[in-house]
Design a protein around this ligand. Sequence first.
Ligand code: SF4
Ligand code: ZN
Length: 710
Amino acid sequence: MSVLTDLIYGGAHTVAQLTENAVAAALAQYGPKKEVAFPDTAYAFPTIYAATGVKVKTLGDLPGCVEVQKSLITDREELDAALNAGLATAVGAEILEGLKFVEPGGSYEEARVPGIGFVPDPVIRSLGVPLVTGDIPGVAVVLGEAENPADVAGVVREYQSKGLLTFLVGNVIEQCADQGVKMGLELRVIPLGHQVTSVIHVVTVAVRAALIFGNVQPGDLSGLLAYTKERVPAFVNTFGPIDPVVVSAGAGAIALGFPVVADVDLGENQVPGALESVCDHGKTVEKSLELREIRIRSKELPIPVAFASAFEGEIIRRSDMHTEFYSGDNVTCELVLGREMSQVEDHKIRLIGPDIGDGVQSLPLITFVEVAGKKMQPDFESVIERKIHAWCNYMEGVMHTGQRDQFRIRISRDAYEKGLRLKHLGEVLYHMITEEFGVVVDKCQVTLITDGEQAARFREELALPRYRQRDERLVSMTDESVDRFFTCVLCQSFAPSHCCVVTPERLGLCGAVSWLDAKATYELNPNGPSQPILKEGCLDERTGRYESVNAAVREATHGALENVTLYSIMEDPMTSCGCFECISAIEPSSNGFIVVNREYKGMTPTGMSFGELASFSGGGVQTPGYMGHGRSFIPSKKFAAAEDGIRRIVWMPRELKEAVGERLNATARELYGIEDFTSLIADERVSTVEGLLEFLKEVRHPVLDMEPLL
Ligand code: SF4
Ligand code: ZN
């Protein structure tokens, strides 16, 4: 046997023994009926479920899984067989980690910087869009303990600055923390756990991506391995000496298609493309990205701080803040306007009023961007304007929330000390707009106003009237008033048989793509992910069935989807990729729908959580009665229009109700003359079907007089 296969089998046998012992001990302590589950997932023990189709529910289910694990360890010499032993290690790791959750509650581990352990389903769903847009270009797993902490911190920082999602396993966690690496899901550096088995928590992310987005069927092991290899851009970096368990875990990663780069010399044990040594840490990142063919869109901007999507979630506390621009204290607003060519001087950046650092902590701010171009349309103004939020956040040391004339920007002391000034904000906007919207923007100039009087005048005279004009246009834009809808297939890199149909009154299910966005995407890139669907061949107005829509989705999904309606949840509903903001599901005893948002962690009266409901819809599959959609679709006049519209909504988490309440009530008033409709909708204070029915009777919910849904 080669040294490599020797190590893999050595590790696999060790883990198998550990697993067997741990399962026996747990059975002795709790008995076979004791339930065991990872938190907040609809996929049980995901690796075992995906690979074998078995849903582990109790400790009694585990001995069978240990048998499967052992059967994968054949001690045969060929590399394929050895990689199967790596999968066995993954199965064992999943069981060992799962046993940590036998006693529900409590923290995952005790450590100076504790890992987070299992990643819940809703987090994976929220990662869908950034992964497909390339905003998160890849997933790095950094494991072990570096000889020199600065080496691993340097590598992790580089991934962070390139926007990758990085998971840390082992003592690299403390090493990075001590070196000042900023961590957290929002900063895309996630400490997973200290034991090597915690690496399974990244594996289950990839595995659940296959189940959620890829419609891979449980038990289809080869389908699973093909999906992770082709569609999950992950790789592993190990630091420090490697032992057999690490090697066999690495073999599991390789089986899933994730190359491993080690920082020790493996000599002839290297497997080109799958297991390679890079001892110079200055080359680790480059080699890893190359092995996975991850390309980074580099953005070299003339500013003194880093600029990367990984900083989008950075929070700047008051105590770390140098300057704030906040609409609660001063006039703030941001406006993008289309102009004549002669009115715009390209790359002109002007500041009217004091700069940051001139003695004041709190300032007004007008961010005024004027663009000109032959193909520029007024509809693109708001599309560009909404990106200001993300671009500001990409600057390290800058936080932006809100939009239009209601926003807050904070600049950290650290960024100020590095030399960040307002003109750099102008530079960022100029460079990003000309790069991303270059097809329609030929010239761009930015004016920043911090003078209070001029800012107030700008807001009154230019910004507010323009916002009002745009709002009126949005209200007048209905599905009836346009001649075309748009497809969006961005999510196909994860969900190959899914296609969204985006209409003025129904935005994409991720919540990030409105009809205007899709239209702009098409104009910017006519061969891109959004294609127009001319509104032709209406087959049924009630459900929103069109020949042209059917033809478009059939083509976009390569035949996977034949028919789809725009306005029904019960008849050929629109499919989901998996990254939807909310799910609507039938609640049969009340004949209504419940609507649940991804952030809601509790139970619903159906006895299912968001994650469990969400698992009915995804991967491009059509499941009547279950439909994923964006938050802003709820108050739409087209929401479940075929099933009597929003009047069917019987339950929503309170937070969601509050977020969409004003518009939902307005729609109910306008369409049905119902006042204060949200007060008729139950929330988490009602947790059972009986309770729900009682509540509906009490408030005399209109659903009680409607035809059955089934
Ligand atoms: Fe994905 Fe649909 Fe959003 Fe497009 S509109 S990004 S396909 S969820
Ligand atoms: Zn999606």
